[in-house]
Design a protein around this ligand. Structure first.
Ligand SMILES: Cc1ncc(C[n+]2csc(CCOP(=O)(O)OP(=O)(O)O)c2C)c(N)n1
Ligand SMILES: [Mg+2]
Length: 546
């Protein structure tokens, strides 16, 4: 007779069924039973140096693959992924947080077991605030259903979820003959029809409609639908910085990134003078909208997300985002001629042969990186000028740009590069990270080495918290200066390059392109007050709000 499936095994089966092939984390005694089950499963455990690194890696994995998982021990590990889970929540990334926990029997009479904070459910309560659904698998009768419910919520809302595994329950069998519950949510047909009719009429009657595409287009796998819609209607598309690369940036309908007064002026003027802005999957965040400098008038807007659909000033209930976008695609459109639209302006390449001894600047760095990028790379940018400068990089294909452009936690990029490459091994990460952010999680390069990954990591070394310096400077923005290019010596892996001049940058990038056996680390020395045009604009806005 077939052995009954245990709670832990069922969780593994369901993760596997949803395409999760790697789980990131660090073990501890409360979760060792589940680690042992993982070890004997098709899912690979990826041990990171620190739990936060595992959390960021799982987030990037989820952004690239559709679902990610991090598995840690109780409180000491769990609370370290609170920040990365918060980022996944805020930026809509479906990460499954799996935490070991004391057994239910051990909890009787409330003993002081190690790692406990206040009550046994303290960690659960914290994660209720950071996730869209959470559960403690304490009851074998309901455990399988709970797993179905919580995983469904992650996929439905593209937000993280929390699953706690009391250690005395992991190996217990759940109920026999359970079939995974399929959830089929549908739009209300009449509401959908009416919403589509109103939207199409509004767009057909407009003289200058424009689509503003954001992150949910990517999270809900609607990139092809967006492209088809743009091609069918000739409506031009701008992206937000969080949604950058939802559409291949060489596409004829693509204009560039829109970010209010922070972004390019021609894109801003086009979008803000439009008589019908179709916001698809957009988050109205301050960074997306250039610290609220964007002038978008609800009276001229269609605003569709997985959480809300409003047209002008009224709202439609029970319309799924996906159905609305597919409905738009099928609608009858009056054909329009493609007018003249702003086009992404690839940065000028560095003139060859001259200025070779010149010191690298933020501008020349991004110019050179722009020429270096190819379609086999994914750009992963940390917060700081790495992200702001990268807004103007030209991404060839869709979804090859990852950055924490809303929650903006430092330390994302190096571990996220690991998650992204494991999620799609055909892509080589180009990680852009400030010296400050690197000091937080850069040692995860050890994890890259351990799992044979080969990111190219560019440290924008401006000797401190450059972004903060632009807003208000003081000694608190200084850092201890590391010899970044010698990190490979400590790790016994990878190759390091010290880069001061344009010539050295060129040589290092060429070497990194040729050498694919491990990670490459470029320590690019920049002046402390040098900055990209986007950061200059952002800092001016932020400084006014202090
Ligand atoms: C975890 C975290 N701590 C603090 C901040 C506030 N903060 C925003 S940008 C920044 C400086 C980043 O420095 P660095 O990584 O060197 O990039 P740079 O700004 O120099 O380009 C800081 C401290 C943050 N966003 N995240
Ligand atoms: Mg810095």
């Amino acid at each position: 007779m077939k052995k009954a499936t245990s709670i832990g095994e069922y969780l593994i089966q369901r993760l596997d069924a949803h395409g999760v092939r790697h789980v990131f984390g660090i073990p501890g005694d409360y979760v060792l039973g589940f680690y042992e089950q993982l070890l004997h499963s098709p899912i690979r455990i990826v041990n990171t140096c620190d739990e936060q690194g595992a959390g960021f890696a799982a987030d990037a994995y989820a952004r690239v693959r559709g679902l990610g998982a991090v598995c840690i021990t109780y409180c000491v590990g769990g609370l370290k992924v609170a920040n990365s889970t918060a980022e996944a929540f805020a930026e809509k990334s479906p990460v499954v947080v799996i935490s070991g926990a004391p057994g239910m029997k051990e909890r009787e009479k409330n003993p002081l077991l190690h790692h406990k904070v206040r009550e046994f459910d303290t960690q659960k309560k914290v994660f209720e605030q950071l996730t869209i659904a959470s559960t403690v698998l304490s009851d074998p009768q309901t455990a399988f259903q709970e797993i179905d419910r919580v995983l469904h919520a992650a996929l439905r809302y593209k937000r993280p979820v929390y699953i706690e595994l009391p250690r005395d329950r992991v190996s217990l069998p759940g109920i026999p003959y359970h079939t995974p519950h399929e959830f089929h949510e549908q739009s209300d047909r009449n509401t959908l029809r009416e919403a589509l009719a109103e939207a199409v009429e509004m767009v057909n009657g407009a003289s200058k409609p424009v689509i503003l595409a954001d992150v949910e287009v990517h999270r809900f796998g609607l990139q092809d639908a967006l492209l088809a819609l743009a091609e069918k209607t000739n409506i031009p598309v701008a992206a937000t910085i969080l949604g950058k690369s939802v559409i291949g940036e060489q596409h004829r309908c693509y204009m560039g990134v829109y970010e209010g007064a922070m972004g390019r002026d021609d894109v801003r003027r086009y979008v803000e003078s439009s008589d019908c802005v179709i916001l698809l999957g957009a988050f109205m965040t301050d960074i997306n909208l250039g610290i609220y400098t964007a002038q978008l008038d609800p009276a001229r807007s269609i605003y569709a997300t997985s959480e809300k659909l409003s047209i002008r000033y009224h709202t439609y209930e029970n319309v799924r985002f996906k159905d609305f976008v597919h409905g738009l695609l099928k609608a009858r459109w009056s054909r329009r001629a493609a007018g003249r639209i702003p086009r992404p302006r690839p940065m000028a390449a560095l003139p060859p042969g001259i200025r070779r001894k010149n010191k690298v600047t933020v501008k020349s760095l991004f110019q050179r990186l722009n020429a270096f990028l190819n379609e086999r790379m994914v750009v992963v940018a940390d917060i700081g000028d790495a992200l702001f400068g990268a807004a103007d990089l030209f991404i060839h294909h869709r979804t090859e740009f990852l950055g924490p452009a809303y929650y903006a936690s430092m330390g994302f990029a190096v571990p996220a590069g690991i998650g992204a490459q494991l999620a799609n091994p055909r892509l080589r990460p180009l990680v852009l990270v400030g010296d400050g952010a690197f000091q937080m999680t850069g040692m995860e390069l050890a994890t890259a080495a351990r799992y044979d990954l080969n990111p190219i990591v560019v440290v924008l070394n401006n000797r401190g918290y450059g972004t903060e310096r632009q807003i208000q400077d003081g000694p608190y923005n200084d850092l201890w200066l590391w010899n970044f290019s010698r990190v490979p010596e400590i790790l016994g892996a990878g190759r390091g390059f010290e880069v001061k001049t344009e010539e050295q940058l060129d040589q290092a990038l060429r070497a990194a392109e040729r050498w694919t056996d491990g990670f490459c680390l470029l320590d690019v020395k920049l002046e402390p007050l040098d900055r990209s045009p986007a950061l200059q604009r952002l800092a001016e806005r932020l400084a006014k709000r202090l």
